[in-house]
Write a protein that binds this ligand. Structure first.
Ligand code: COA
Ligand code: MG
Length: 302
C-alpha cells in the first residue's frame, strides 16, 4: 500500500456537529438532525465546574443509541488537564465510534490514549480523532498522522481547530482565512499522507449563512471531507457542499462505464471524449459513486 492510499471505505462525514455535553436540550435535539456525525464536547464547551456532571449525564445518554447512521464521537479533555483520565474511564465502555483528543501536539499524546484503551481491552472499533490546533501540533502533524499506520493504531481523522490556532499563533480572524490556509493545507497533507480523513474547522458566526457557504466551498476546494459545525442551521448547507453534485456523479459514471467496455479491458489509460483518463481517475470515480450511494442510502438529498 502506498502511504497515500485511503485506509477505509467511504464514510460520510459531511456535517460533524459539536454539541456541548452539558446542554441537555441540544443533546435531545440531535435525534432529529441530519448531521452525519456528532461530537459531544466535554472540553472547551464545558466549564471546569460542569465537567463531572456533564461526563456523568453523557455516559448515561450514550448507553442507548438514538439514531441509526449517526457516527458518535466524544471530545474529551486532554490528559494533562486533570479531567482526561476520568473522561476516558467513563467512556471506554460506552457505545461510541471515536474519541476526539484536543490539542494533540506529538505522537506520544496519541500513544498515551492508545495504551490506556488497550490496557482496558477497548475494542479495535473504538477509534481516535485528533484536533490539531496549536503551533506544535501543526509542526508535528505528519508524525502524529503516522501513528494511524502502526499496528494497533486507532487514529482515523484529523480536525484542525481554527479558534485555538488563531489564538496561539496570533492570527486574526479574516474572511477567506488567508493566513490560516497554509497551515490547514499542511495539516491536510499530513492527514492524507497517512490515509486519514480530515474535517474542516468551525465557522463561528452561525447567523452568517453567506459567509458559512463561502467557507464550506473553500474547505471543499481545499480537499476536506466535511466541516465541524456548531449550530443546526449549518447542517443542511454543509451536507449540500460536501455532498456529490449531479454533474460530478454523471462524470464519474461515464469513467466507470468506459473502463467497463471490453475494448478497454486491461488498458491503463484511455481516451474519453478527447480527454486522457487513467485508472487513478477510475479509483476516484468509484469512490465518488460509493459516496453518492451512501448519501442515497441515508435518504438525504445528494
Ligand atoms: N447542537 C444541537 N442543538 C443546538 C446546537 C447544537 N450545537 N446549538 C443550538 N442548538 C439548538 C438550540 O438548543 C435551540 O433549540 P430549541 O429551539 O429547541 O430551543 C435551537 O438549536 C436554536 O438555537 P439558537 O437559539 O439559535 O442558539 P443558542 O443560543 O441556543 O446556542 C450556541 C448558540 C453557540 C451557544 C450553541 O449553538 C452551541 O453551544 N454550539 C456548540 C458550541 C460548541 O460545542 N463549542 C465547542 C466546539 S467549537
Ligand atoms: Mg480547541
Amino acid at each position: 500500500m502506498t502511504a497515500s492510499s485511503y485506509r477505509h471505505p467511504v464514510r460520510l462525514r459531511r456535517s460533524v456537529l459539536c454539541v456541548p455535553a452539558d446542554n441537555a436540550r441540544a443533546i435531545t435535539k440531535v435525534a432529529v438532525l441530519e448531521c452525519d456525525a456528532v461530537i459531544y464536547d466535554l472540553e472547551d464547551a464545558v466549564s471546569p465546574d460542569g465537567k463531572a456532571p456533564a461526563r456523568e449525564a453523557l455516559a448515561a445518554h450514550l448507553s442507548a443509541r438514538h439514531r441509526p447512521n449517526l457516527e458518535v464521537i466524544v471530545r474529551i479533555n486532554s490528559l494533562s488537564s486533570g479531567f482526561g483520565e476520568k473522561d476516558l474511564a467513563a467512556l471506554v465502555s460506552c457505545n461510541i465510534d471515536a474519541l476526539l483528543l484536543p490539542k494533540v501536539e506529538s505522537p506520544q499524546d496519541i500513544q498515551a490514549v492508545v495504551d490506556f484503551l488497550s490496557e482496558r481491552d477497548a475494542p479495535d472499533t473504538l477509534r481516535l480523532w485528533a484536533m490539531i490546533e496549536t503551533p506544535r501540533g501543526v509542526l508535528n502533524a505528519a508524525a502524529i498522522a503516522e501513528t494511524g499506520r502502526t499496528r494497533g493504531g486507532r487514529l482515523d481523522c484529523f480536525v484542525p481547530g481554527a479558534n485555538d490556532l488563531r489564538k496561539e499563533a496570533g492570527v486574526p480572524d479574516a474572511p477567506g482565512r488567508p493566513y490560516l490556509v497554509p497551515w490547514l493545507m499542511q495539516i491536510l497533507l499530513a492527514a492524507r499522507g497517512s490515509g486519514l480523513d480530515i474535517i474542516d474547522a468551525v465557522f463561528n458566526d452561525f447567523g452568517d449563512a453567506q459567509g458559512f457557504a463561502a467557507e464550506c466551498a473553500q474547505g471543499r476546494a481545499m480537499g476536506f471531507d466535511g466541516k465541524m459545525l456548531i449550530h443546526p442551521a449549518q447542517i443542511g448547507p454543509a451536507n449540500d457542499c460536501f455532498g456529490v453534485d449531479a454533474s460530478a456523479l454523471a462524470e464519474a459514471r461515464s469513467i466507470i462505464d468506459a473502463f467497463a467496455l471490453a475494448e478497454n479491458a486491461g488498458k491503463a489509460v484511455i481516451n474519453l471524449k478527447g480527454r486522457m483518463v487513467e485508472r487513478l481517475h477510475l479509483d476516484q470515480a468509484l469512490r465518488l459513486a460509493a459516496k453518492a450511494k451512501a448519501i442515497q442510502y441515508k435518504g438525504i438529498k445528494a
